[in-house]
Design a binder for this molecule. Structure first.
Ligand code: IMP
Length: 502
């Protein structure tokens, strides 16, 4: 006879936190969001501690090197997507590790042949008005000039005019040597010469970096950034249970700080084999997360297989249709609570703490606080990060509103069969994810700051100054569907709706 769980499984939107006593010390400025990323023994420090409990999802539409740098600056970690060639993924990891704060690799590059019309289209897409004109149109090609909005006047020029005829040519640019110029030297030149941007070139005049005046404050105040002992940003990388023998050494060589097996369902022999191989061949010091699971049994299996953290969640992702197509999964809140209880039990028994990551289905900012209160050590988010400037996808305008593209790893677009294949097929037999748009939301920094200020504020309402205290002190209640209605504004006509009818 099949096993029937005694209770229905629930998700975050069905819970609320009930406030506890807050002392006068309980103010957001005193709250720490530090959290362990990987397993550690009682009394010891984890090898990696994050400054904020957020990681970006292992997805093509979310985690590339630009995202990883932006998130590490705020204190979290990106897991670079593994559904690309080993070389491409390792190159992304290397770009994060080689990144020098304040030195930007140009992302809007054109050639002298690019027309004004094409420049305007690129501006619309990236939002960046400074474009490097390079011989071959690559970010590191020979620098021939720069185009900014000051170089063209739309009212007086045809859209067919080519960049070569109106760019500011290299000879007229102030530039500096990429090898010898430090960030503070670059900033001094920017101030002395009243520049908005200083290009740094090598001996062959190839563009290496740009330093922007507007980044000056950013470059100074990054107290929360997550860096390794060599002051390089910390970055993670996704792997699969197929090509790990080749992929893992390449990622480690590129400097990946932590790996994560990216799979839709982690309670499998494939994960045990992968974890064993990596730890035997590359050492216990190589940190590897595993998942996803949705119950205590799945957690125990991965803990005993050697996982350094365990990811929870099946079917809750915003782009996920696994529950509809296969009928597997579990309400994310119930799954998380079950797994976290088992983590605590395992810790009691063994003295080994294995962090738990709640992955997918976090829609509102308060869901994050709920997940942390339910026991998650950190949160993996896809949709949330996909909306920002730093995500790898195109920004598109539809009916006057900006959106970003966001697609699942189980969609035909991603072709990530390794994540779903249970052996043999080596292709996606059916889709488990959709291709979609999400509303564009601006910069990662601004959004993460707002989200975390809400988290800190709620933690204070619960009397908690850190995440361990939140887990201990939180009082959670399930809410009825009627009281969910009560939770939004109700029985009033919103002014903006009223005005739009006038
Ligand atoms: P979100 O934050 O709700 O958008 O969920 C992101 C999570 O969904 C990822 O971290 C994955 O665990 C999961 N995911 C990514 N792509 C797919 C897919 O195509 N089908 C099902 N789940 C997916």
């Amino acid at each position: 006879m099949a096993y029937f769980y005694p209770e229905p499984s629930h998700t975050f939107g069905e819970y609320l936190l009930v406030p506890g006593y807050s002392s006068d010390k309980c103010i957001p400025a005193n709250v720490s969001l530090k959290t362990p990323l990987v397993k550690f023994k009682k009394g010891e420090e984890p090898k990696i501690t994050m400054n904020i409990p957020m990681v970006s999802a292992i997805m093509q539409a979310v985690s590339n090197d630009t995202m990883a740098i932006a998130l590490a600056k705020e204190g979290g970690i990106s897991f670079i997507y593994g559904s690309q060639s080993i070389e491409e993924e390792a190159a992304m990891v290397a770009r994060v590790k080689n990144y020098k704060s304040g030195f930007v690799t140009s992302d809007s590059n054109i050639t002298p042949e690019t027309t004004l019309g094409e420049i305007l289209a690129l501006l619309e897409k990236t939002g960046h008005s400074t474009m490097a004109v390079t011989e071959d149109g690559t970010p590191t090609g020979k620098l021939l000039g720069i185009v900014t909005s000051r170089d063209y006047r739309l009212s007086r020029m045809s859209l067919d005019e080519k960049a070569g005829s109106f760019m500011t040519p290299f000879e007229k640019l102030v530039y500096a040597d990429a090898e010898t110029t430090t960030l503070s030297m670059a900033n001094d030149i920017i101030w002395d010469k009243k520049l908005n941007m200083l290009p740094l070139v090598d001996k062959e005049q190839r563009l290496r970096y740009m330093v922007f005046r507007k980044d000056y404050t950013d470059n100074k105040e990054n107290g929360n950034e997550l860096i390794d002992e060599g002051k390089r940003y910390v970055v993670g990388a996704g792997i699969n249970t197929r090509d790990y023998a080749d992929r893992v050494p390449a990622l480690l060589k590129a400097g990946a700080d932590v790996l994560c097996i990216d799979s839709s369902e982690g309670f499998s022999e494939w994960q045990r084999i992968t974890l064993r191989y990596i730890h035997e061949h590359f050492g216990e010091d190589v940190k590897v997360g595993a998942g996803n699971v949705v119950d205590a049994e799945g957690f125990r299996f991965l803990a005993e297989a050697g996982a350094d953290f365990v990811k929870v969640g099946i079917g809750g992702g915003s782009i996920c249709i696994t529950r509809e197509t296969k009928g597997i999964g579990r309400g994310q809140a119930t799954a998380l609570i079950d797994v976290c209880r088992e983590r605590d039990k395992y810790f009691e028994e063994t003295g080994i703490y294995i962090p738990v990551c709640s992955d997918g289905g976090l829609v509102h900012d308060y869901h994050m606080t709920l997940a942390l209160a339910m026991g998650a050590d950190f949160l993996m988010l896809g949709r949330y990060f996909s909306r920002f400037d730093e995500s790898p996808t195109d920004k598109v305008k539809i009916n006057g509103t900006y959106y970003k593209e966001y697609w699942g790893e189980g969609s035909n677009r991603a072709r990530n069969w390794q994540r779903y294949d249970l052996g043999g097929a080596k292709k996606l037999s059916f889709e488990e994810g959709v291709d979609s748009y999400v509303p564009y939301a601006g910069s990662l920094k601004d959004n993460v700051n707002i989200t975390l200020s809400k988290v800190r504020s709620t933690m204070c309402n619960c009397g908690a100054l850190n995440l361990a205290e939140l887990r201990d002190k939180a009082k959670l209640t399930l809410v009825s569907s009627t009281s969910i209605v009560e939770g939004g504004s109700h029985d009033v006509i919103l002014r903006n709706k009223f005005n739009s009818r006038e």
